[in-house]
Ligand binder design. Structure first.
Ligand SMILES: *Cc1c(COP(=O)(O)O)cnc(C)c1O
Length: 365
Protein backbone atom coordinates (compact mmCIF):
# COMPACT_ATOMS: atom_id res chain seq x y z
CA UNK A 1 0.00 0.00 0.00
CA UNK A 2 1.64 3.23 -1.12
CA UNK A 3 1.05 6.61 0.49
CA UNK A 4 -1.04 7.62 -2.50
CA UNK A 5 -3.42 4.68 -2.51
CA UNK A 6 -7.10 5.69 -2.32
CA UNK A 7 -7.40 3.97 1.02
CA UNK A 8 -4.54 5.95 2.56
CA UNK A 9 -5.92 9.16 1.08
CA UNK A 10 -9.30 8.38 2.63
CA UNK A 11 -7.69 8.03 6.07
CA UNK A 12 -7.04 10.78 8.52
CA UNK A 13 -4.10 12.93 7.43
CA UNK A 14 -0.74 11.54 8.53
CA UNK A 15 -2.05 8.15 9.69
CA UNK A 16 -0.59 6.33 6.69
CA UNK A 17 2.92 7.44 7.59
CA UNK A 18 2.73 6.82 11.35
CA UNK A 19 5.04 3.97 12.31
CA UNK A 20 3.64 0.79 13.82
CA UNK A 21 5.40 0.10 17.10
CA UNK A 22 8.07 -2.52 16.59
CA UNK A 23 10.10 -4.18 19.29
CA UNK A 24 12.85 -6.77 19.00
CA UNK A 25 11.19 -9.95 17.89
CA UNK A 26 13.90 -12.56 18.52
CA UNK A 27 12.77 -15.16 21.04
CA UNK A 28 15.50 -15.48 23.63
CA UNK A 29 15.74 -17.55 26.81
CA UNK A 30 16.78 -14.42 28.67
CA UNK A 31 14.86 -11.31 27.62
CA UNK A 32 16.29 -8.12 29.12
CA UNK A 33 14.77 -5.88 26.45
CA UNK A 34 11.53 -4.46 27.82
CA UNK A 35 12.16 -3.26 31.41
CA UNK A 36 9.48 -5.55 32.87
CA UNK A 37 9.81 -7.36 36.22
CA UNK A 38 12.08 -10.31 35.45
CA UNK A 39 10.82 -12.20 38.51
CA UNK A 40 7.28 -12.03 37.08
CA UNK A 41 4.06 -10.92 38.78
CA UNK A 42 3.45 -10.85 42.53
CA UNK A 43 1.97 -14.14 43.89
CA UNK A 44 -1.13 -12.34 45.19
CA UNK A 45 -2.01 -11.24 41.66
CA UNK A 46 -1.59 -14.76 40.26
CA UNK A 47 -3.79 -16.13 43.03
CA UNK A 48 -6.51 -13.56 42.37
CA UNK A 49 -6.51 -14.40 38.67
CA UNK A 50 -6.72 -18.15 39.22
CA UNK A 51 -9.64 -17.70 41.62
CA UNK A 52 -11.61 -15.34 39.38
CA UNK A 53 -15.13 -16.58 38.74
CA UNK A 54 -17.35 -16.52 35.66
CA UNK A 55 -19.03 -13.17 36.48
CA UNK A 56 -15.64 -11.46 36.13
CA UNK A 57 -15.66 -12.52 32.50
CA UNK A 58 -19.31 -12.30 31.55
CA UNK A 59 -20.05 -8.86 32.97
CA UNK A 60 -18.58 -5.48 32.05
CA UNK A 61 -15.86 -4.19 34.35
CA UNK A 62 -16.24 -0.94 36.31
CA UNK A 63 -16.57 2.16 34.15
CA UNK A 64 -13.49 4.04 35.30
CA UNK A 65 -11.88 1.55 37.74
CA UNK A 66 -13.67 3.09 40.72
CA UNK A 67 -12.78 0.08 42.93
CA UNK A 68 -9.07 0.90 42.43
CA UNK A 69 -9.33 4.60 43.20
CA UNK A 70 -8.80 4.61 46.97
CA UNK A 71 -6.07 1.97 46.79
CA UNK A 72 -4.19 3.95 44.16
CA UNK A 73 -4.51 7.22 46.08
CA UNK A 74 -3.29 5.51 49.23
CA UNK A 75 -0.40 3.83 47.34
CA UNK A 76 0.74 7.21 46.03
CA UNK A 77 0.33 8.94 49.40
CA UNK A 78 -2.46 11.19 48.13
CA UNK A 79 -5.50 9.91 50.02
CA UNK A 80 -7.79 12.41 51.68
CA UNK A 81 -7.44 15.39 49.34
CA UNK A 82 -9.16 16.67 46.23
CA UNK A 83 -7.25 14.18 44.14
CA UNK A 84 -8.50 11.51 41.83
CA UNK A 85 -7.13 8.83 39.55
CA UNK A 86 -7.57 7.99 35.91
CA UNK A 87 -6.68 4.46 34.82
CA UNK A 88 -6.05 3.15 31.34
CA UNK A 89 -5.10 0.23 29.13
CA UNK A 90 -1.47 0.71 30.12
CA UNK A 91 -0.17 4.14 31.00
CA UNK A 92 0.19 4.64 27.24
CA UNK A 93 -3.58 4.99 27.23
CA UNK A 94 -3.45 7.54 30.06
CA UNK A 95 -0.80 9.57 28.20
CA UNK A 96 -2.79 9.35 24.95
CA UNK A 97 -6.03 10.37 26.68
CA UNK A 98 -4.36 13.30 28.43
CA UNK A 99 -2.96 14.51 25.12
CA UNK A 100 -6.35 14.14 23.47
CA UNK A 101 -7.99 16.13 26.27
CA UNK A 102 -5.58 19.06 25.92
CA UNK A 103 -4.92 19.07 22.18
CA UNK A 104 -6.44 22.16 20.61
CA UNK A 105 -5.81 23.61 17.17
CA UNK A 106 -2.10 24.45 16.84
CA UNK A 107 -1.21 22.97 20.23
CA UNK A 108 2.28 21.74 21.07
CA UNK A 109 3.99 19.33 23.46
CA UNK A 110 7.50 19.91 24.81
CA UNK A 111 9.74 17.14 26.14
CA UNK A 112 13.40 16.36 26.77
CA UNK A 113 14.93 14.16 24.11
CA UNK A 114 15.66 11.26 23.87
CA UNK A 115 12.65 10.03 25.80
CA UNK A 116 9.90 7.39 25.69
CA UNK A 117 9.48 6.45 22.00
CA UNK A 118 5.68 6.54 22.24
CA UNK A 119 5.65 10.27 23.01
CA UNK A 120 6.39 11.65 19.52
CA UNK A 121 4.00 9.04 18.07
CA UNK A 122 1.15 9.88 20.45
CA UNK A 123 1.85 13.57 19.86
CA UNK A 124 1.39 13.20 16.11
CA UNK A 125 -1.70 11.08 16.60
CA UNK A 126 -3.22 13.86 18.70
CA UNK A 127 -2.19 16.69 16.36
CA UNK A 128 0.31 18.09 18.84
CA UNK A 129 3.42 19.74 17.49
CA UNK A 130 6.42 18.06 19.15
CA UNK A 131 9.08 20.41 20.56
CA UNK A 132 12.12 18.46 21.67
CA UNK A 133 14.59 19.99 24.10
CA UNK A 134 18.09 18.56 24.70
CA UNK A 135 19.07 17.33 28.16
CA UNK A 136 21.46 19.43 30.22
CA UNK A 137 25.07 18.23 30.45
CA UNK A 138 24.48 16.25 33.66
CA UNK A 139 21.39 14.60 32.12
CA UNK A 140 19.07 16.67 34.23
CA UNK A 141 16.12 18.11 32.30
CA UNK A 142 16.72 21.64 30.99
CA UNK A 143 13.87 23.19 32.98
CA UNK A 144 14.24 26.71 31.60
CA UNK A 145 14.18 25.61 27.97
CA UNK A 146 11.18 23.39 28.62
CA UNK A 147 9.27 26.27 30.20
CA UNK A 148 10.41 28.73 27.53
CA UNK A 149 8.88 26.44 24.89
CA UNK A 150 5.51 27.67 26.27
CA UNK A 151 3.87 24.43 25.15
CA UNK A 152 0.27 23.45 25.85
CA UNK A 153 1.62 20.21 27.35
CA UNK A 154 5.03 19.62 28.90
CA UNK A 155 5.97 15.95 29.24
CA UNK A 156 8.57 14.99 31.82
CA UNK A 157 9.80 11.42 32.30
CA UNK A 158 11.75 10.63 35.46
CA UNK A 159 13.46 8.22 35.64
CA UNK A 160 13.66 8.65 31.89
CA UNK A 161 13.35 5.90 29.34
CA UNK A 162 15.74 5.12 27.60
CA UNK A 163 18.50 6.96 29.50
CA UNK A 164 17.54 5.68 33.02
CA UNK A 165 18.51 9.09 34.41
CA UNK A 166 16.45 11.01 36.95
CA UNK A 167 15.50 14.68 36.89
CA UNK A 168 16.48 16.80 39.89
CA UNK A 169 13.87 18.12 42.30
CA UNK A 170 14.63 21.81 41.60
CA UNK A 171 14.25 21.25 37.86
CA UNK A 172 10.95 19.36 38.18
CA UNK A 173 9.61 21.97 40.60
CA UNK A 174 10.63 24.77 38.26
CA UNK A 175 8.71 23.20 35.38
CA UNK A 176 5.65 22.38 37.48
CA UNK A 177 5.50 25.93 38.87
CA UNK A 178 6.22 27.81 35.66
CA UNK A 179 4.97 25.78 32.70
CA UNK A 180 2.35 27.53 30.60
CA UNK A 181 0.01 24.59 30.09
CA UNK A 182 -0.42 21.24 31.77
CA UNK A 183 2.49 19.04 32.86
CA UNK A 184 2.49 15.27 32.48
CA UNK A 185 5.09 13.62 34.70
CA UNK A 186 5.68 10.01 33.68
CA UNK A 187 6.97 8.00 36.64
CA UNK A 188 6.81 4.53 35.08
CA UNK A 189 9.96 3.61 37.05
CA UNK A 190 9.08 5.33 40.35
CA UNK A 191 9.64 2.18 42.42
CA UNK A 192 13.35 2.14 41.52
CA UNK A 193 14.05 5.85 41.95
CA UNK A 194 15.72 7.55 44.93
CA UNK A 195 12.92 10.13 44.97
CA UNK A 196 9.56 10.64 43.29
CA UNK A 197 7.54 13.76 42.62
CA UNK A 198 3.87 12.77 42.84
CA UNK A 199 3.34 15.00 45.91
CA UNK A 200 3.75 18.03 43.63
CA UNK A 201 0.12 17.53 42.58
CA UNK A 202 -0.61 19.22 45.93
CA UNK A 203 0.87 22.41 44.46
CA UNK A 204 -0.55 22.34 40.98
CA UNK A 205 -3.92 21.34 39.58
CA UNK A 206 -2.26 21.26 36.15
CA UNK A 207 0.05 18.33 36.97
CA UNK A 208 -0.85 14.75 36.03
CA UNK A 209 1.51 12.05 37.35
CA UNK A 210 1.43 8.81 35.33
CA UNK A 211 2.34 5.39 36.73
CA UNK A 212 2.12 1.84 35.40
CA UNK A 213 1.68 -1.76 36.54
CA UNK A 214 3.84 -2.93 33.64
CA UNK A 215 7.26 -2.45 35.19
CA UNK A 216 7.90 -3.00 38.94
CA UNK A 217 4.51 -4.71 39.38
CA UNK A 218 5.19 -7.37 36.77
CA UNK A 219 1.78 -7.08 35.09
CA UNK A 220 2.67 -5.77 31.61
CA UNK A 221 0.51 -8.44 29.96
CA UNK A 222 -2.60 -7.14 31.68
CA UNK A 223 -2.09 -3.55 30.46
CA UNK A 224 -2.91 -1.27 33.38
CA UNK A 225 -1.61 2.21 34.07
CA UNK A 226 -2.97 5.20 35.94
CA UNK A 227 -2.64 8.90 36.40
CA UNK A 228 -3.13 10.89 39.58
CA UNK A 229 -3.83 14.59 39.97
CA UNK A 230 -6.43 17.18 40.85
CA UNK A 231 -9.93 15.83 40.36
CA UNK A 232 -10.76 18.61 37.88
CA UNK A 233 -7.84 17.44 35.73
CA UNK A 234 -8.38 13.67 35.93
CA UNK A 235 -12.06 14.16 35.05
CA UNK A 236 -11.14 15.91 31.82
CA UNK A 237 -8.78 13.09 30.95
CA UNK A 238 -11.48 10.52 31.82
CA UNK A 239 -13.85 12.20 29.34
CA UNK A 240 -11.23 11.96 26.62
CA UNK A 241 -10.47 8.34 27.53
CA UNK A 242 -13.92 6.81 27.58
CA UNK A 243 -15.36 4.00 29.77
CA UNK A 244 -14.38 0.33 30.30
CA UNK A 245 -10.70 0.62 29.34
CA UNK A 246 -9.34 -1.53 32.18
CA UNK A 247 -10.65 -5.08 31.97
CA UNK A 248 -12.07 -7.02 34.91
CA UNK A 249 -9.18 -9.48 35.22
CA UNK A 250 -6.67 -6.65 35.24
CA UNK A 251 -8.64 -4.88 37.94
CA UNK A 252 -8.68 -8.02 40.11
CA UNK A 253 -4.95 -8.56 39.71
CA UNK A 254 -4.09 -4.94 40.44
CA UNK A 255 -6.20 -4.95 43.61
CA UNK A 256 -4.36 -8.03 44.84
CA UNK A 257 -0.94 -6.68 43.85
CA UNK A 258 -1.60 -3.50 45.84
CA UNK A 259 -2.60 -5.38 48.98
CA UNK A 260 -0.18 -4.82 51.83
CA UNK A 261 1.54 -8.08 52.66
CA UNK A 262 4.32 -10.41 51.67
CA UNK A 263 2.71 -11.67 48.45
CA UNK A 264 1.38 -8.31 47.20
CA UNK A 265 2.79 -4.82 47.59
CA UNK A 266 5.65 -5.89 49.86
CA UNK A 267 6.72 -8.57 47.37
CA UNK A 268 6.94 -5.86 44.72
CA UNK A 269 8.91 -3.54 47.01
CA UNK A 270 11.34 -6.32 47.94
CA UNK A 271 12.02 -7.14 44.27
CA UNK A 272 12.57 -3.43 43.58
CA UNK A 273 15.15 -3.28 46.39
CA UNK A 274 16.95 -6.27 44.87
CA UNK A 275 16.93 -4.55 41.46
CA UNK A 276 18.60 -1.52 43.02
CA UNK A 277 21.37 -3.74 44.48
CA UNK A 278 21.82 -5.67 41.23
CA UNK A 279 21.83 -2.44 39.24
CA UNK A 280 24.93 -1.21 41.09
CA UNK A 281 26.65 -4.60 40.79
CA UNK A 282 25.89 -4.90 37.09
CA UNK A 283 26.99 -1.30 36.39
CA UNK A 284 30.32 -1.97 38.12
CA UNK A 285 30.77 -5.21 36.16
CA UNK A 286 30.09 -3.40 32.87
CA UNK A 287 32.55 -0.62 33.75
CA UNK A 288 35.16 -3.31 34.47
CA UNK A 289 34.52 -4.51 30.91
CA UNK A 290 35.11 -1.07 29.39
CA UNK A 291 31.45 -0.11 29.01
CA UNK A 292 30.04 3.09 30.52
CA UNK A 293 26.42 2.93 31.65
CA UNK A 294 24.82 6.22 32.68
CA UNK A 295 23.88 6.54 36.34
CA UNK A 296 20.56 4.67 36.59
CA UNK A 297 17.50 5.42 38.72
CA UNK A 298 15.42 2.73 37.00
CA UNK A 299 15.42 -1.06 36.51
CA UNK A 300 17.64 -0.90 33.45
CA UNK A 301 21.01 0.42 32.38
CA UNK A 302 21.63 2.67 29.40
CA UNK A 303 25.01 2.01 27.81
CA UNK A 304 26.05 4.35 24.99
CA UNK A 305 28.46 2.52 22.69
CA UNK A 306 29.26 2.58 18.97
CA UNK A 307 29.30 -1.26 19.13
CA UNK A 308 25.68 -1.55 20.30
CA UNK A 309 24.33 -3.26 17.18
CA UNK A 310 27.15 -5.82 17.06
CA UNK A 311 27.05 -6.58 20.76
CA UNK A 312 23.28 -7.07 20.66
CA UNK A 313 23.56 -9.42 17.68
CA UNK A 314 26.22 -11.50 19.43
CA UNK A 315 24.08 -11.62 22.57
CA UNK A 316 21.05 -12.88 20.63
CA UNK A 317 23.23 -15.70 19.28
CA UNK A 318 23.81 -16.61 22.94
CA UNK A 319 20.13 -16.48 23.89
CA UNK A 320 20.09 -13.02 25.46
CA UNK A 321 17.96 -10.15 24.19
CA UNK A 322 18.75 -6.51 24.99
CA UNK A 323 17.37 -3.35 23.37
CA UNK A 324 19.37 -1.39 20.83
CA UNK A 325 18.55 2.30 20.99
CA UNK A 326 19.53 4.19 17.86
CA UNK A 327 19.29 7.79 16.74
CA UNK A 328 20.48 9.15 20.07
CA UNK A 329 22.02 12.66 19.92
CA UNK A 330 25.76 13.24 20.44
CA UNK A 331 25.22 15.55 23.39
CA UNK A 332 25.43 15.67 26.42
CA UNK A 333 29.13 14.99 25.99
CA UNK A 334 29.05 11.42 27.42
CA UNK A 335 27.11 10.42 24.30
CA UNK A 336 29.64 11.95 21.92
CA UNK A 337 31.64 8.79 21.17
CA UNK A 338 28.64 6.48 20.83
CA UNK A 339 27.87 7.35 17.19
CA UNK A 340 24.18 7.50 17.95
CA UNK A 341 23.69 4.05 19.45
CA UNK A 342 23.29 2.54 22.89
CA UNK A 343 22.24 -0.66 24.63
CA UNK A 344 19.36 -0.70 27.09
CA UNK A 345 19.67 -3.64 29.46
CA UNK A 346 17.03 -4.74 31.99
CA UNK A 347 18.15 -5.57 35.54
CA UNK A 348 16.78 -8.70 37.20
CA UNK A 349 17.75 -11.91 39.03
CA UNK A 350 21.51 -12.29 39.35
CA UNK A 351 21.69 -15.56 37.39
CA UNK A 352 20.42 -13.60 34.35
CA UNK A 353 22.97 -10.85 34.94
CA UNK A 354 25.70 -13.47 35.31
CA UNK A 355 24.68 -15.05 31.99
CA UNK A 356 24.86 -11.61 30.35
CA UNK A 357 28.34 -10.93 31.75
CA UNK A 358 29.59 -14.38 30.69
CA UNK A 359 28.27 -13.79 27.17
CA UNK A 360 29.89 -10.33 27.03
CA UNK A 361 33.22 -11.86 28.05
CA UNK A 362 32.94 -14.41 25.23
CA UNK A 363 32.05 -11.70 22.73
CA UNK A 364 34.89 -9.42 23.69
CA UNK A 365 37.64 -12.03 23.98
C1 LIG B 1 7.01 1.21 29.86
C2 LIG B 1 6.70 2.66 29.94
C3 LIG B 1 5.41 3.14 30.05
C4 LIG B 1 4.25 2.31 30.05
O1 LIG B 1 3.75 1.50 29.65
P1 LIG B 1 2.35 0.77 29.76
O2 LIG B 1 2.75 -0.64 29.62
O3 LIG B 1 1.56 1.32 28.63
O4 LIG B 1 1.80 1.10 31.10
C5 LIG B 1 5.18 4.48 30.15
N1 LIG B 1 6.19 5.34 30.18
C6 LIG B 1 7.45 4.93 30.10
C7 LIG B 1 8.53 5.93 30.17
C8 LIG B 1 7.75 3.58 29.97
O5 LIG B 1 9.02 3.21 29.87
Amino acid sequence: MTDRSPLVRAAREGIGSLPLYSAESAVCAIDLSDNTNLWGPPPAALRALSQAGAPSLARYPSLYSEPLRDLLLEYTGLAGGDFDTITGCGSDDVLDSAMRAFSRAGASIAFSSPTFTMIPVLARLNDLKPVSVPFADDFDIDAEQLVDAAADITYLCSPNNPTATAASRPAVEYVVRNATGIVILDEAYAEFAPETFEQLVRESDRLLVARTFSKAFGLAGLRVGFGVGAQALTRLVARARGPYKVNAMAELAVRAALEPGASGRDWVAARARTVIEHRARLAAALVARGLNPLSSAANFLFVPTPDAVNIARELVARGILVRVVSGIPDSPSVLAGARGTALRIGVGPWDMMEALLTALDEIRS
